[in-house]
Design a protein around this ligand. Structure first.
Ligand SMILES: [Fe+2]
Length: 474
């Protein structure tokens, strides 16, 4: 029965992915909470007990392969210890790593003491417990390292964007945590603190750090920036882009030979994940352009069959909000995404959900005149998940009629999951918030772009048959 369901699903989605059918604009309307931030005294922002207790704890991958973690936290009153004690059992922390501590100012705001500590040399597929802080104020958490980078290891990613700190954001976060996904791919626009002024900007970065801690302390969030991280504030003399973000959130960019924390790559389980910065230069000859050209050649689909790209501004978007803002990056990078068979590109920015068919528009140039995107089996699927639930509210005006490249779109809050099963298939879901009962949301089986073609499938079948023969004869 399961086999039948799977085959039917594969057949259905192979039609849907390959050629553009008529897309769906969902008419689903959910009455949501008002798009205002959660009050400062709400328990979602509770400060942990104890003098100088670590808060805003978050972890991210610390190397290229998944054997290191960067643990970050803030101590409010004094620097305190930058050590992370860790081990594989709850009571015994047999090892320790020392991190760095720093603080910064933003106008009148003075941050707490921000710690970043690289914990490396970890075993794969292992649960680690860790302790930070000291004495009665110390706090303990845990995380699980990913399996060794191998082509058929299953792994479940969550995708969240444009989260903010409203009650809708809280709903997204809690709904995501129920999904049992193992790592968040975050597509930019974290706290929306830049909607505030003067000291309240820093204050709202602090509340956001405490708000997401119940997930970020226990599993890595793979960070990316959006326009709300730029923070260009000439009125208070603050004009250095990404200042708060870069102080508070770190990425393992050096491990992928990047020259900036804003763009980088990691390998995790069976996926190669490339993070691009929509608000850093990316045209020809820029550092990001040159880096991506090299990084794409390092992708080894025999080891990491899944190639996933994260960016903030979507390339294919049919919402009135931010329409065409991704066009400049499309012109620069789209042909590479096709050449290197990127499986899926996740973006945020637009506060609604949308998924494209496999389409491309690479034949368009200035002199060829108008050209419409065409169905292209070699192209990635483009998915916009800017529906985390921030204070700006939903982008509910889609362009009419729905363009042929748009497969499904809906202005609701939610998040996505991508559950990799093996080298050929992954199950994708978009999960609308607060669906207590069965309601149809967007889901499909994603075929791997590299291993999905017939020649490689035959090669895989041949390989598996050989293994079976060897096992049988041994
Ligand atoms: Fe944005």
């Amino acid at each position: 029965m399961l086999h039948f369901v799977l085959v039917s699903f594969v057949f259905f989605t192979s039609i849907r992915d390959g050629c553009a059918r008529k897309g769906v604009t969902s008419s689903f309307v959910r009455s949501e909470w008002p798009s205002v931030d959660i009050p400062l005294d709400h328990e979602a922002f509770a400060v942990p007990n104890g003098h100088n207790a670590p808060q805003q704890v978050h972890i991210t991958q610390g190397d290229y392969e998944g054997r290191a973690v960067i643990v970050s936290w803030v101590t409010p009153d004094e620097p305190g210890s930058s050590h992370v004690q860790f081990g594989t059992s709850e009571e015994k922390f047999h090892a320790s790593a020392k991190g760095t501590v720093s603080n910064y100012t933003l106008g009148e705001y003075k941050s707490g003491y921000i710690h970043h500590c690289l914990v490396e040399g970890l075993e794969h597929s292992t649960k680690y417990y860790y302790r930070i802080g000291s004495g009665d104020s110390s706090r303990e958490f845990w995380f699980e390292t990913p399996p060794k980078v191998e082509p058929d290891v299953p792994y479940k990613f969550g995708i969240i964007g444009d989260l903010g700190q409203t009650f809708n954001s809280l709903s997204t976060l809690e709904h995501y945590m129920e999904s049992k996904a193992q790592t968040v791919l975050f597509v930019g626009d974290l706290s929306y603190a830049d909607r505030y002024k003067y000291s309240d900007v820093g204050l709202r970065w602090d509340t956001w750090g405490r708000f997401v801690e119940k997930s970020t302390a226990y599993q890595p969030w793979i960070w990316n920036t959006g326009n709300h991280e730029i923070e260009y504030f000439p009125y208070m003399g603050e004009v250095v882009p990404f200042k708060s973000y870069l102080q508070r959130y770190t990425t393992p960019y050096l491990a992928s030979n990047s020259s900036s924390p804003l763009w980088y790559a990691i390998r995790r389980a069976s996926a190669h994940i490339i993070v691009l910065s929509s608000y850093s230069p990316y045209v020809k000859y820029t550092p990001q352009y040159k880096w991506l050209a090299e990084e794409l050649t390092r992708v080894d689909r025999e080891k990491t069959p899944w190639l996933i790209v994260l960016m903030h501004v979507p390339i294919y978007n049919s919402n009135e909000a931010h329409y065409m803002e991704g066009e400049s990056m499309r012109v620069v990078f789209e042909s590479w995404f096709i050449k290197y068979k990127v499986d899926v590109i996740f973006a945020g920015h637009v506060h609604a959900y949308e998924r494209s068919y496999r389409v491309s528009n690479t034949d368009y140039n200035i002199t060829s005149g108008m050209r419409y995107p065409v169905a292209d089996k070699s192209a990635p699927v483009y998915i916009t998940v800017g529906d985390g639930g921030n204070q700006e509210g939903l982008a509910s005006r889609f362009r009419d009629p729905q363009p042929e490249y748009s497969a499904y779109r809906e202005a609701s809050y939610g998040h996505s999951t991508l559950e990799i099963k093996n080298r050929t298939h992954a199950i994708y879901h978009w999960n609308r918030n607060d669906d207590g009962k069965k309601v149809s949301t967007d889901s499909f089986i994603l075929h791997n772009q590299y291993w999905g073609n017939n020649r490689r499938r035959r090669k895989l079948k041949h390989f598996l048959l050989k293994v079976i023969e060897e096992v049988a004869s041994s």
